[in-house]
Design a protein around this ligand. Structure first.
Ligand code: DGJ
Length: 557
């Protein structure tokens, strides 16, 4: 063919078009929270996604720190990194936004094949205004602090400061707009609005404007959210809520503010949004003023829901070491109007509670402070190697099958538990079968508990008589379930073969392992490794420190 200038032009145009298409990244589906049959899932790339996350330290989102983040994340086997963005960095001058930090972060995260949950450190960070830009800190008349009972300014921003609210709304919306344009890959799957919003040291604002509102009638939506039938038609806060009035009032004020910031961001780019809570002890509620006031603590969740509908999740930061408190918190934040999501937690011994959270359909979990920027530091919030190891064990086990776990949980097929002493055994009902989990089980079946409570187990029903089983430091076995009555009373372990049996309709039924397959998950597919039998199954299925996944087919005889 003779190359005329017209042909040449056509070739150039075709190549250029191809190049442009290649350079354009295909837009992926928007991450979203989905609720079906009373269960929630976080959809990423149009399918349920279990966020196995870790949060970096507060001052780690700077390029010089990245070499100390990624190796830690790789060690932990996370699929998502929680990382802050700082208002003071993002808006160095009023209305001038600096996108360099977020662009570098997106690029680095993609290179390291992780998703991100970005934390907007805006008006509130742990109850204070420390991340407001300098130009705001230097203008306290325009961007005021709260005022305590004695009229003194406290280290917490006023939720009635209109200029602060407008500035935060504009900055957060600009941030979300930029994310929408810069992230068609959906590297960022969720955004946290503020950080532990609320106030330490004073229960509420006592400025004149706050006082006037406190004495005014409670908005009717708050009364109905808190299911209060007031004696008078429009009670003020004190009359309606008595000793809790100030806490409720402050929660309403802070939630209204944060809700407006969230709505402004969501209008720009509708990613799932959440807030995190510094907790009070729900089992022994401390008096108002002794815990962070105004945040989404367990006693004011309905107020936050009604005040801030743009938020998809109210999420607990769980640092409690008492197992009873830990489990109570999980239960309280797993609500019909709230997916369970744990954005911060800590402590090596709490790693097992990932399983308890999965048992309540948690969509994500994330220990705090998991980078190597404070490796040699033993101060508050620093993390020690045993903690890294404890979380890494979980994520190395669950990571390769996170999509299956998320799907099974969304479909209501999964149960999971962790050891809490003094209990040594737990029964998980699955219709015709009961999965029996025991801790510190001897060869003869007697369970005495582990020396340290490290046990955890997960069982999911794949078919009528087939289960996915995994865990650490526990034994799992199955028993024919029998009737409701028998479920309670008729279990026996029949001595000789250690076979769990039940008497059903006057006939003994004994569990029989048809096939116990050990395998690994690779790209979502169960890959057969070997069959367990003999010592590996005769006394139940024992899990130690190794990441082991079993597919178990059962029958009775
Ligand atoms: C909870 C906060 O949300 C985090 O940003 C961090 O300050 C930790 N506490 C420290 O343990």
């Amino acid at each position: 063919m003779k190359i005329t200038s017209a042909v040449l032009a056509a070739i150039v145009a075709t190549n250029l078009a191809a190049f442009t298409v290649q350079a354009q990244v295909k837009e992926r589906p928007l991450p979203r929270i989905v609720k079906e049959n009373g269960r929630f899932a976080l959809f990423v790339d149009d399918a349920p996604y279990l966020m196995l996350g870790a949060q970096v330290h507060n001052s780690s989102d700077w390029p010089a720190m990245f070499p100390k983040i990624w190796p830690a994340m790789e060690f932990l086997n996370v699929n998502t990194v929680e990382i802050p963005v700082y208002w003071e960095q993002f808006e160095p001058q009023p209305g001038q936004y600096d996108y360099t930090a977020v662009d570098t972060l997106l690029k680095e995260a993609r290179q390291h094949h992780v998703r991100l949950v970005v934390l907007w450190f805006g008006t509130w960070k742990n109850g204070s205004q420390h991340y407001m830009p300098e130009w705001m800190k230097l203008a306290p008349d325009r961007y005021p602090h709260m005022v305590d009972k004695n009229g003194q300014a406290v280290d917490s921003p006023s939720p009635y400061a209109n200029a602060s609210l407008e500035a935060d709304k504009s900055a957060f919306a600009a941030f979300m707009r930029h994310l929408k344009a810069a992230d068609p890959e959906r590297t960022v799957i969720m955004v946290q609005v503020e950080n532990e919003a609320g106030t330490w040291g004073t229960v509420r604002d006592y400025s004149p404007v706050a006082q006037k509102l406190f004495e005014a009638p409670v908005p009717p939506e708050v009364l109905s959210a808190m299911q209060v039938k007031a004696a008078s038609p429009s009670p003020n806060w004190q009359d309606a809520f008595g000793p809790e009035a100030e806490v409720y009032f402050h929660a309403w004020s802070v939630a209204k503010y944060v809700g407006q910031v969230a709505a402004a961001g969501k209008a720009a780019y509708p990613l799932p949004l959440y807030v995190n809570a510094a907790l009070r002890n729900p089992l022994k509620p401390d008096s108002p003023g002794t815990y962070e006031s105004g945040g989404p603590t367990d006693n004011v969740l309905p107020i936050w829901k009604v005040a801030a509908p743009a938020l998809d999740i109210l999420a607990p930061d769980i640092y409690q070491n008492d197992p009873a408190v830990y489990l109570k918190v999980l239960e309280l934040y797993h609500r019909d109007d709230n997916p369970l999501f744990i954005p911060e937690t800590g402590g090596a011994s709490n790693a097992r509670f990932l399983f308890s959270a999965l048992g309540l359909q948690a969509i994500g979990f994330s220990p705090f402070g998991m980078d190597y920027t404070r490796e040699h530091d033993t101060g508050p919030g620093s993390r020690q190697p045993d903690e890294f190891l404890a979380w890494a064990m979980n994520y190395r086990l669950i990571g390769p099958m996170q999509r299956e776990i998320a799907r099974l949980n969304f479909d209501g097929k999964l149960k999971a538990v962790a050891e809490v002493q003094p209990a040594v055994t737990e029964t998980l009902p699955f219709g015709d079968w009961n999965a029996v989990v025991s801790y510190g089980a001897k060869r003869n079946g007697q369970a005495v508990g582990n020396a340290e409570p490290t046990g955890r187990a997960l069982v999911a029903q794949l078919k009528e008589n087939q289960f996915l089983v995994t865990g650490f430091f526990c034994r799992v076995d199955f028993r024919p379930a029998g009737t409701e009555q028998q479920r309670k009373s008729q279990y026996v372990v029949d001595g000789v073969g250690q076979t769990p049996s039940a008497q059903i309709d006057g006939k003994w039924q004994h569990r029989q392992f048809l096939r116990v397959e050990e395998g690994t998950y690779e790209s979502g597919v169960f890959k057969f490794v070997r069959i367990w039998n003999g010592d590996e199954t005769d006394w139940g299925l024992n899990f130690g420190a190794e990441p082991v996944v079993l597919r178990v087919s059962l029958a009775t005889y």
